[in-house]
Design a binder for this molecule. Structure first.
Ligand SMILES: [Zn+2]
Length: 61
């Protein structure tokens, strides 16, 4: 869990944090609006899969 932000950084650049290939795909998004988004990413090369929670910064709740 401690490396989540680093993993997400790589993923947002389009790279898998595990195998470093640019085969990362967004497979699921839950939430949205003013509730936190839970985004699931998967790598089609090595099978890496992880979910990240993102709060919406434009909501002042
Ligand atoms: Zn991978």
């Amino acid at each position: 869990m401690k490396d989540q932000s680093k993993e997400l950084e790589k993923i947002e650049q389009g790279f898998c944090p595990k195998c470093k290939h640019n085969t990362i795909e967004m497979v699921d998004i839950r939430g949205g609006g003013c509730s936190p988004k839970i985004i699931t990413y998967r790598c089609s090369s090595c099978g890496y899969e992880n979910s990240f929670t993102k709060s919406n910064s434009s909501c002042t709740l």
